[in-house]
Design a protein around this ligand. Structure first.
Ligand SMILES: [Zn+2]
Length: 413
């Protein structure tokens, strides 16, 4: 029997059906985009430490050294209660402006714990290169190290209470009555309740299932529903809590005290995982006033700012920059979230792989892993997604940050 075009179509369909899951389940090579050929800078790589403990130790050491040089500094360790460790702290280091109090630059990291590897490295680079008498003339600096030390230490994005710190920040508990109906509709898709398995049907056909959802709703609608934050499902992804996390309550008076001393607050919260790999993204929540927008555009002149007029945009509730503007009303605040991309999550496939990693990790945490291979791969992917081991990636992140901080400190002078 000669193959007809019908037969060929059937064979093609079979190939697609069988090839797609193979691609879905084991894209171990190619799951992360390749880095360009960039010369590695060992000095830049040296800021990246192996864990929370050594990152914190280096932060405290550098703070101690700066305290010897600059007058009036203050180093505060806010303990974060934990059932697992007595050594989790949010460390705050304040260096006052020398002549006048025009600006307070607030630089925070580890809001999403595991992203703290890069954020902490960047903070320590800034401590070494930019804390100079010239830069401090009319600018004070407040470093907040590891807003979520549990997640940093135990390699999770969320806190010990499964809370996304960047959805938990506000001054009013009204935040927790926010309803996210879009999320409820997607609940079972993003929060499976069985032991995580790379071989399960839902993971083998993850991309296909996600594409069906996209066809039904469109990508921006889905992205918004999933990422904006939710306050109903404590075991779910992007859970913003039902009450404020203890470190937030402890941090509020510190933030208020130092912010009150300055005319203008410039905030930078350091993140990883969103956007084009190896690229720095300026990603603020929508500006509350035209003045904030203008001040932001002036400070970051020459940089592309993702304000929300492009298709990849989403807004969130309870973010850290939102907290500062609510704590200190009436003050000029220039908040910024800096993201360093790792998985090309601005593209559909990168975005789906990112969310699949997060689903698997959350599922594994709550319901265990079906086998060792899944556990090993998922943990490896999640760490690579938030803290790439690539020396090229680390070099690129540092290079762009040095350039940006040079501009920021320059404009604040
Ligand atoms: Zn983040």
């Amino acid at each position: 029997m000669k193959p007809t075009s019908k037969h060929l179509a059937l064979i093609l369909l079979c190939l697609i059906l069988f090839a797609a899951p193979v691609y879905s389940v084991v894209p171990e090579d190619g799951r992360f985009p390749k880095d360009p050929k960039v010369a590695v800078v060992p000095e830049f790589n040296s800021y990246f430490k192996a864990d929370y403990k050594s990152s914190r130790a280096d932060f405290l050491k550098r703070a101690g050294e700066l305290a010897k040089v600059f007058k009036g500094t203050n180093l505060i360790a806010l303990p974060v209660p934990s059932k697992l460790s007595a050594d989790l702290f949010v460390d705050v280091f304040y260096i006052p402006a020398i002549k006048s109090t025009a600006n307070l630059l607030i630089i925070s990291c580890g809001t999403h714990g595991i992203e703290g590897f890069t954020g902490s490295a960047l903070q320590r680079m800034i401590m070494e290169k930019f804390i100079t008498p010239e830069n401090l003339e009319q600018t004070g600096v407040l470093f907040i190290h590891a807003l979520n030390p549990y997640g940093f230490n135990y390699l999770r994005r969320v806190t010990e209470n499964n809370i996304d710190m960047n959805r938990n920040c506000d001054t009013s508990p009204e935040l927790f009555s926010n309803k996210n109906d879009g999320y409820s509709k997607l609940y079972t898709f993003i929060n499976p309740d069985k032991p995580a398995s790379l071989g399960s049907c839902s993971n083998v056909f993850f991309v296909e299932r996600a594409i069906m959802k996209i066809l039904k709703a469109t990508m921006p609608v889905l992205r918004q529903a999933v990422l904006q934050g939710q306050y109903q499902y404590p075991e779910g992804l992007y859970f913003g809590g039902k009450e404020f996390e203890p470190q937030l309550i402890a941090l509020r008076p510190v933030l208020t005290k130092y912010s009150a001393l300055y005319e203008r607050l410039v905030q930078i919260d350091l993140h990883t995982g969103y956007g084009e790999r190896g690229k720095m993204h300026l990603f603020p929540n929508p500006a509350k006033t035209p003045e904030i927008k203008t001040a932001t555009e002036k400070l970051y002149e020459g940089y592309k700012i993702d304000w929300g007029n492009n298709k990849d945009f989403y807004t969130i509730t309870g973010d850290f920059s939102n907290l500062i503007s609510k704590l200190i009303p009436g003050k000029q605040i220039v908040p910024m979230t800096l993201e360093f991309g790792t998985m090309d999550s601005q593209k559909t496939m990168g975005s789906l792989r990112s969310i699949q990693n997060m689903i698997l990790e959350n599922e594994g945490f709550h319901y265990g892993y079906k086998n060792k291979r899944t556990e090993r791969k998922v943990k490896e992917w999640v760490l690579e997604m938030y803290s790439p081991s690539s020396p090229v990636w680390r070099t690129m992140v540092m290079e762009q940050s040095v350039k940006l901080m040079d501009q920021v400190f320059g404009k604040l002078r």
